[in-house]
Ligand binder design. Sequence first.
Ligand code: 13P
Ligand code: 13P
Ligand code: MG
Ligand code: MG
Length: 368
Amino acid sequence: MKMTLSVIKADIGSIGGHICPSKRLLETVRSFVETNGTGRQLILDHYVSFTGDDIAIVMTHTKGVGHEEIHKLAWEAFLAGTQVAKEQGLYGAGQDLLKDAFSGNVRGMGPAVAEMAFEERPNEPFLFFAADKTDPGAYNLPLYLAFADPMNTPGLMLAPAMAKGFTFVIMDVNYTEGDRVIELQTPEELYDVATLLRNPERYVVESIWTRATGEQAVSVSTSRLHNIAGRYTGKDDPVMLVRVQKNFPATGEILAPYAIGPFVAGGMRGSHHMPFMPVPLNSGISYFDGPPVVSCAAFAMQQGKLTEPADAFDHPFWEHVRTRVSEKAIDMRRQGFFGAAMLPMAELEYTGIVEKLKKLDGKFSIRK
Ligand code: 13P
Ligand code: 13P
Ligand code: MG
Ligand code: MG
């Protein structure tokens, strides 16, 4: 059966600043989707969770990607949630709902979207990632390692289908007139892939496809909120779907790169580099409005019906990683605003610092 997996997520308000949504907010979104989605047989199944202050709605259905009714369901669930967020005085109520009227698709309206349509395998394991206090480029390194580096992924040597390599579709997210994308094939164009992915603020993996069968393995949300709003409105806090096993990397090969805890953009006011911490499902944030966090729910699916999620980063192994990431975070924070701790100017251009620099510039004089 041709199945569609859709995940649509938004920050519609949170407790105590940008920590996490309230229980009532989460329950409101969940029951809206239950009643109007699963209840009315618009979707086959759903899973609603939070990561930091972002709520994600995973939906299974047969309507294909970018479908108006599916997007409208998520949009209206977030509107219903925003009402509650306002009633409870949550911070940033409706933060990511940047447009007033729904117009067929949530793309370009604020919420992040990742979707895939595919012929469901007899068993269909997949992973749902959600990250907070960072942007979609945070997935560049883990995806590169998992899909293109045999040092990380022995499947590239051991599994015949994987040995044929993968097609990376990479988006230039600075281009705002439309989707500016490039397709590159690994292993032949590995160095070209690396050349782009080294700049995660501009070039972002949008999807990955196996070359053996043409099937899609990965879909990443690529929205840039400041491109939509024309000013800084929060980080993009990306979601991602990854199909695993058989022709795709094994779950463990996909998860392994998260042990690195690489520095990513996004901590505190969306303006700092902080290490990326893998956390259990439904974790908030804390230290320095961070560190940037990523959660992973692993599912099995049968004709669109989901099992309960297995919490991929809720395992003793990741406690060691979290301790190391915490140490990295504190080390980086020791240097405050200095150098690599803060993002480059281009990423700050919609905040007050630009005005301040303009004023200071006028006070400079050239010494005779
Ligand atoms: P499969 O044989 O199901 O692909 O599993 C292999 C595996 O997961 C080894 O890590
Ligand atoms: P969100 O983008 O997750 O709302 O975070 C805003 C922020 O930068 C808090 O420091
Ligand atoms: Mg927020
Ligand atoms: Mg957030």
